[in-house]
Design a protein around this ligand. Structure first.
Ligand code: FES
Length: 145
C-alpha cells in the first residue's frame, strides 16, 4: 500500500485556498518547534459563516495537505464548527496519514482554532477557553488518528 493516500497527494500537489486574506477577520499562526513547520490561517466571517479562508504553510507535504483539507472542511461552515474541527476529521477526510505524520494534522487543527479564537477575541465573543486552547504541538501527544 502506498504510504500516502491519493487525497493526501492531491492536496499536497494541488493545495486549495493557498494565500493570504488582506481583510481577514481572524488570523491564526501556529508552529511546531521540533520540525520547524509554520502554518498561518486567515478567515473571513459574515453572519457567523466562514465565507472565505486561505492558508500559508511553510512545512512538510503532510502539513500542506492537512491545512489544505482543513480549509475545505471549514469553508462555508458556521464558525463554531470550525472551532470544533479536529485533526481526526482532517485525517479521515484525507483517507489517513502515517502515524508519524499525525502531528502535522494537529498543526492544521490548531491553525484553524487559532484563527477562530483570534476572531472571537477581536469581537468579544465568549468561548470555552479551557476546552479550546492552543496546545504545544511539539511532542505530538495530542495527535489522534
Ligand atoms: Fe512538521 Fe509535518 S513534519 S508538520
Amino acid at each position: 500500500m502506498a504510504l500516502y493516500s491519493d487525497k493526501v497527494m492531491d492536496h499536497f500537489q494541488n493545495p486549495r485556498n493557498v494565500g493570504k486574506l488582506d481583510d481577514a477577520d481572524g488570523i491564526g499562526e501556529v508552529g511546531n518547534a521540533k520540525c520547524g513547520d509554520i502554518m498561518r490561517m486567515y478567515i473571513k466571517v459574515e453572519d457567523n459563516i466562514i465565507t472565505d479562508v486561505k492558508f500559508n504553510t511553510f512545512g512538510c507535504g503532510s502539513a500542506i495537505a492537512t491545512s489544505s483539507m482543513a480549509t475545505e472542511l471549514i469553508k462555508g461552515k458556521p464558525i463554531e464548527e470550525a472551532l470544533e474541527l479536529s485533526n481526526k476529521a482532517v485525517v479521515e477526510a484525507l483517507d489517513g496519514l502515517p502515524a508519524y505524520k499525525l502531528h502535522c494534522s494537529v498543526l492544521a487543527e490548531q491553525a484553524v482554532r487559532a484563527a477562530v479564537i483570534d476572531y472571537y477575541e477581536k469581537h468579544g465573543i465568549p468561548y470555552d477557553k479551557e476546552k479550546f486552547k492552543i496546545v504545544d504541538c511539539e511532542d505530538c501527544e495530542h495527535a489522534e488518528g
